[in-house]
Design a protein around this ligand. Structure first.
Ligand SMILES: [Fe+2]
Length: 149
């Protein structure tokens, strides 16, 4: 099993989801109604796949392996990534409540999902499309992380 390749494939999946998030954000901006099942599916992907599975693996295995190789946790790229994960969690948590209201038919909830959606797009764009996670994968390979899994 190559853990680094798995993480890279997950990044590809997350970049695809970013395109979906951006499309939803544009529709919300135009005042279009979004299908409740689609919004629910997106929330599940963000909570289960992105946060629990992907970020969980990075935080539990990759980051500690990089730290053990001498990269400091604080004041460097690991700390920056952890801060981005936390920022994403806060936005997703905020969005979860707003999506519940929106899906229950509360018309005013459209405004309350628009703004966190925009923020989530910006955060995911910085982290995933602009490739900030790539050096981590490469760093992990350099220290032999994938062989240890
Ligand atoms: Fe990642």
């Amino acid at each position: 099993m190559d853990a680094i390749n798995d993480l890279k494939k997950e990044h590809e999946g997350i970049r695809l989801m970013l395109q979906v998030l951006q499309a939803v954000s544009r529709k919300l901006g135009r005042g279009e109604r979004i299908n409740a099942q689609h919004l629910g599916g997106i929330m599940e992907f963000l909570s289960i796949f992105v946060d629990k599975c992907h970020h969980g693996k990075e935080e539990e295995f990759l980051f500690p392996a990089l730290e053990a190789s001498g990269i400091p946790r604080e004041g460097g790229p690991i700390g920056a990534m952890l801060a981005e994960h936390d920022q994403g969690r806060r936005i997703v948590s905020e969005l979860r409540d707003a999506v519940k209201s929106y899906n229950s038919g509360d018309k005013s909830a459209a405004d309350s999902i628009k703004e966190p959606y925009r923020r989530l797009c910006r955060t995911a764009d910085t982290t995933y499309r602009k490739g900030k996670h790539r050096p981590f994968c490469n760093g992990g390979r350099e220290i032999g992380y994938s062989q240890r899994q």
